[in-house]
Design a binder for this molecule. Structure first.
Ligand code: GN1
Ligand code: MG
Length: 364
C-alpha cells in the first residue's frame, strides 16, 4: 500500500478543489481499494484503485460509468431534481488526459465526489427495503433507453453456467489441496443437484425468451447510499454496471438484505431468508420496473432470489478451493465460512419459493 504522501500525489492528478489534508480507508469493499480524501475546501472525495486483475479492461469500465452517470444526470436534470451531485456519482477528470481515470501504467485510479450526509448500511428493515426496490427499479428504468453501447466489464459475470464450470475446474486443479477436506466434498455434493435448475436463465436467454438489460450487478445493501430520512440517494460501486438479466439486481440485493445475518457470519444455524424484506423489496421494485419487465422476468423473480445465494456460494467456494485468490479474506477459512453461510441461505430461500410466488402474484 502507498504512503499518504504517494496517495496525495495520485489524487492530485485529478481536478480536486482545495489542498488535500488527509487520506484514509473507507468502506467494506471486497475488490477495490477505497479511500476518503479530506481537503481544506468544502468537498470531500473518494479515491479508488480499481482492481485491474479483476477488471481487466478499465477503459471499457470507465466508458460504461461515464455514459451511465451522464445519462442519469441528464434524466435527473430534465425531471427538475435538485441536489443532483448526491443522486448520481460524479467522477473528476484527470488534469492531464481529461479521462475519468489516471494510470501509472500498472494501477488505475479514479476520484469521485464524496456524497455528503449520506449513509450506507449492512442491513435494512422492510421500509428501507421498499425504498431500495423502488430505487433499483428506477435505476434500471433510467438506463433502459441509454443510447450508448455498454460492454461487459467482467465477461459473463453473472453467467451461472460459467460459475459452475469454474467450480468444476477449481475442483479438478485442487491447487490448494483443499479437496482432501471432508466438508469441502460434502458442500460440493450438496450444491450439485441444483446446478441445472440454477442455470435456467442462460437457457431462457439462448431460447430468446429472456433479454439482457443494463443492470448494476452488485446490488449489495452496502452499495447504496441513503439520506438521513431513509430515502435512497444513489447507488454506488458501478464497476459491474453492464448488460445482464434483471435477476442480477433483484437477486443480489435480497442475498444480502434478506439474510438474517451477514454473508460471512459463521453461525449458519442463524441464517434465514426474511420474507418481510423480500415482500417490501419486490413491491418497490415492481412499482418502478413493472412497465418494462416481461412476464418471464416477473415470473422468475423467486428463482432470482435463490440463484444469487447459490451463485455466490459457488463463487466463494471456488475461491476457497483455488487458495483464496479473488476475494479479500481476513482469516484463512473466511471463504469457507462465507460458502457455508450462502449455502444455508440458498436452502432457506428455496424453501420459501411458493410463498414468494404467491406474494408476487398478489401484486399483479
Ligand atoms: C464483490 O466489491 P464488492 O465487495 O461490492 C463482488 C460481488 C460479490 C460480493 C460478495 C466484482 O463485491 O460480485 O457479490 O463481493 N464483486 C466482484 O460480497 O466480483
Ligand atoms: Mg461495494
Amino acid at each position: 500500500m502507498q504512503t499518504t504522501e504517494q496517495l496525495k500525489n495520485i489524487a492530485n492528478h485529478f481536478a480536486i478543489e482545495g489542498k488535500i489534508l488527509d487520506i484514509k480507508p473507507l468502506g467494506n469493499g471486497l475488490i477495490n481499494d477505497t479511500l476518503l480524501v479530506t481537503t481544506d475546501g468544502a468537498d470531500k472525495y473518494v479515491l479508488q484503485r480499481v482492481n485491474n486483475a479483476i477488471f481487466q479492461d478499465v477503459e471499457l469500465l470507465q466508458h460504461n460509468i461515464d455514459c451511465a452517470t451522464a445519462h442519469i444526470r441528464r434524466k435527473l436534470e430534465a425531471a427538475g431534481e435538485k441536489d443532483i451531485d448526491r443522486k448520481v456519482l460524479r467522477f473528476l477528470p484527470c488534469k492531464e488526459t481529461g479521462k475519468s481515470y489516471w494510470t501509472d501504467g500498472q494501477s488505475y485510479w479514479r476520484v469521485s465526489l464524496f456524497i455528503r450526509d449520506a449513509f450506507t448500511y449492512e442491513t435494512v428493515d422492510p421500509k428501507y427495503s421498499y425504498f431500495a426496490g423502488k430505487a433499483f427499479g428506477a435505476f434500471e428504468a433510467m438506463l433502459s433507453d441509454i443510447p450508448d453501447t455498454l460492454g461487459e466489464t467482467i465477461p459473463d459475470f453473472h453467467n451461472m453456467e460459467l460459475r459452475a464450470r469454474q467450480l468444476r475446474e477449481a475442483v479438478q486443479a485442487d491447487k490448494a489441496g483443499r479437496m482432501a477436506q471432508d466438508e469441502v466434498r460434502a458442500i460440493l455434493a450438496d450444491l450439485k443437484p441444483y446446478e441445472e435448475e440454477m442455470c435456467k436463465a442462460e437457457r431462457l436467454y439462448r431460447e430468446g425468451k429472456l433479454p439482457k438489460r443494463i443492470c448494476h450487478c452488485d446490488t449489495k445493501v452496502n452499495n447504496m447510499m441513503f439520506d438521513a430520512e431513509g430515502n435512497i440517494l444513489c447507488v454506488i460501486d458501478l464497476d459491474t454496471l453492464m448488460p445482464s438479466f434483471v435477476f442480477s439486481d433483484f437477486g443480489d440485493f435480497l442475498r444480502t438484505a434478506a439474510n438474517t445475518v451477514a454473508e460471512d457470519d459463521p453461525a449458519v444455524e442463524k441464517v434465514d431468508f426474511k420474507m418481510d424484506i423480500f415482500e417490501a423489496f419486490a413491491k418497490g421494485y415492481l412499482e418502478s420496473a413493472r412497465s418494462f419487465l416481461t412476464p418471464v422476468e416477473i415470473e422468475n423473480l423467486p428463482y432470482a432470489a435463490c440463484l444469487f445465494p447459490y451463485m455466490q456460494a459457488v463463487r466463494f467456494f471456488a475461491d476457497y478451493i483455488n487458495g483464496d485468490t479473488y476475494y479479500k479474506i481476513k482469516y484463512p477459512e473466511h471463504n469457507l465460512v462465507r460458502t457455508r453461510n450462502q449455502v444455508a441461505l440458498f436452502h432457506a430461500a428455496l424453501a420459501k419459493v411458493p410463498q414468494m410466488k404467491a406474494y408476487i402474484e398478489s401484486l399483479l
